[in-house]
Each structure stands twice: as structure tokens, then as C-alpha cells.
Design a binder for this molecule. Structure first.
Ligand SMILES: [Zn+2]
Length: 300
């Protein structure tokens, strides 16, 4: 259970992770969610798991994450999805939040959402508007155009959320910050909300391998603060793993406070929440500049 903003108020949100057979793509360098999937999952077990999780809980918003794509028939069939909408409606949820890769979003899905009787928000992990970064640094397997196509289909029937990733490997801290700021400008006309996701080093991923070799550092929380302060868009950010070695972090002393400020910002969109100061802020600024000097990897 967590708090979310809805219709101008802060309400309760129940988050479920439904183990399905897993993501069809399953090749992104940072993703370890396949460890959470269940090869033996059936539509029956998925719906049963859903029922068990929702029946005793009261909340306004229901987030359903499958560690893949909610609209992928292989993971959750249309029949199961429709059973989920009906049950959520019956239990009084006001909104469902799901995630999907763009290739699973078509006119039929738009029709299904329209007929669900629920307000539905679809998160799409576009990560960056830079096709080269998405392809070579993340291995995402779809283009910005495909994201735009999917958001246009959803427009009018669903809310669209874009996930942006800070920071893919092989970028300096500054390049990563600038990439997110540029991506915000590029995606904001297609979406209702942007979710800034800060890289966390998951087990058994390419990112973990380069992190262990000492050539990757998860983003500074100061970088996230810089983006949230500079951007002009509706942006939320939940720094998962914030203040941990594998997650986005500063100096480990100020992290708890900065994570709290970022979460507060997400709820109220008020830049005045950023008050925390720490000695490591200067170190962050220094490394933003110094890293550029040693950056020999020139990406097109
Ligand atoms: Zn600090």
C-alpha cells in the first residue's frame, strides 16, 4: 500500500505484482524481473492470485504489474483482463494502473479499455526519446515512433504514462541528466504523466556485470532532484532502492531525506520541497564536470 495523487487529492493505492509467464522480450540490460515470473502460471492461477490480493484491501487506485506487459495475450488473456476489470469495479476501485510494451497496444485493446467501465492508466517504458540510446545502451527493442503510435491509440480512452530511465550505462552523469530532460520535452505532448525511474542494479543483469567491474555507478539522487527542478511537466518519481549501494544514491548520509523530498514532490508537484543540503552536493557537481573530461566514449 502506498499514497498516490488522484483528481487533486492524495489517496490510497494498492500495488500488486502478478506473476505471469514473464515478458516476451526479456532482453533489456537492466531488467531482472524475469526472476519474478512464473513459467508455470496459468490464467486460472493469475486470476486466483489477483482475487486473493484484492479482496480484503480497500484503496482507490489499483496498480497491477506483471513484470511484463498486461496486454500481452501470452501473459494475461483478454478474458482474464475483463474478469479483472469487472472485479475491480465491483470492489470500488476508481482507477487501474497497468504497464505494457507498445507492440501489444492496438485498436482492439483501446476498445477493451473503453468497455471496461474503469479508468485505466497505461505505463509504457519508452525510457528515452533517443532511439540510439534505447537500442544500444538499453536493448529495448522498439523505437520512439512505436511508442508514439501506441500513445495515440490510447489517447482519449486511457491515461498514458511514460517511464523515463535515469541513467543507462555508458553515459556520464551529465549526459544522462540531459537525455532525460530532452526526453521529457519530446514525450510530454503524448502522455498525461511522466514517471522518472532511477536505475537500480538488479541481480543477473548486464548492468550488474558492469557495476561489479566498477564501471557503472547508479545515478545520484541529486541528478533526479536537478531534473525534477528543471523540468516543466507532470512528473512522478519513486526512488526504488534509494540510498542503497545498488540503487540511486548520494553519500549514504543524506539519502533518506532526499528520497523523502522526491516522494513529496511526486505527490504535490511543488519544487519548494527540495530543501535538503549536504556536503556531497559539491562532490556531485564536481563529478558532473570532471567525468566529462575523462569521457572518451563519444556516442553518435
Ligand atoms: Zn550527502
Amino acid at each position: 500500500m502506498e499514497k498516490e495523487r488522484y483528481d487533486g487529492e492524495v489517496v490510497d493505492c494498492l500495488t500488486l505484482i502478478l506473476p505471469t509467464v514473464g515478458c516476451s522480450w526479456d532482453s533489456c540490460y537492466m531488467c531482472g524481473f524475469t526472476l519474478e515470473s512464473d513459467r508455470k502460471a496459468t490464467q486460472k492461477s493469475i486470476f486466483h492470485g489477483f482475487l486473493k490480493a484484492v479482496e480484503s484491501k480497500k484503496a482507490e487506485i489499483l496498480k497491477i504489474f506483471t513484470s511484463g506487459s498486461f496486454f500481452d495475450e501470452r501473459e494475461v488473456s483478454r478474458e482474464t483482463r475483463e474478469k479483472i476489470y469487472r472485479k475491480a469495479l465491483e470492489l470500488g476501485f476508481r482507477k487501474i494502473v497497468v504497464e505494457s510494451r507498445p507492440e501489444f497496444i492496438d485498436e482492439k485493446v483501446a476498445e477493451e479499455i473503453k468497455n471496461s467501465g474503469m479508468e485505466i492508466e497505461v505505463g509504457i517504458g519508452v525510457e528515452t526519446s533517443n532511439d540510439l540510446y534505447r537500442e544500444y545502451l538499453i536493448n529495448k527493442g522498439f523505437s520512439f515512433d512505436e511508442f508514439v503510435r501506441a500513445s495515440k491509440i490510447l489517447k482519449g480512452v486511457a491515461k498514458v504514462k511514460a517511464y523515463l530511465l535515469l541513467k543507462p550505462p555508458f553515459l556520464t552523469e551529465r549526459e544522462a541528466v540531459e537525455d532525460v530532460l530532452k526526453s521529457i520535452l519530446d514525450v510530454k505532448r503524448y502522455v498525461d504523466v511522466i514517471s522518472l525511474n532511477l536505475m537500480t542494479v538488479h541481480r543477473k543483469t548486464v548492468i550488474e556485470r558492469i557495476w561489479r567491474k566498477g564501471v557503472y555507478r547508479p545515478p545520484w539522487l541529486w541528478s533526479a532532484v536537478e531534473i525534477l527542478k528543471r523540468a516543466d511537466a507532470y512528473i512522478i518519481c519513486d526512488p526504488v532502492g534509494g540510498g542503497k549501494k545498488r540503487g540511486p544514491h548520494n553519500c549514504f548520509r543524506c539519502d533518506g531525506d532526499v528520497v523523502r523530498e522526491i516522494k513529496l514532490f511526486s505527490l504535490y508537484q511543488d519544487k519548494k520541497v527540495f530543501k535538503k543540503d549536504c556536503e556531497c552536493f559539491e562532490l556531485w557537481k564536481l563529478s558532473m564536470d570532471a567525468e566529462e573530461l575523462t569521457d572518451l566514449f563519444i556516442f553518435p
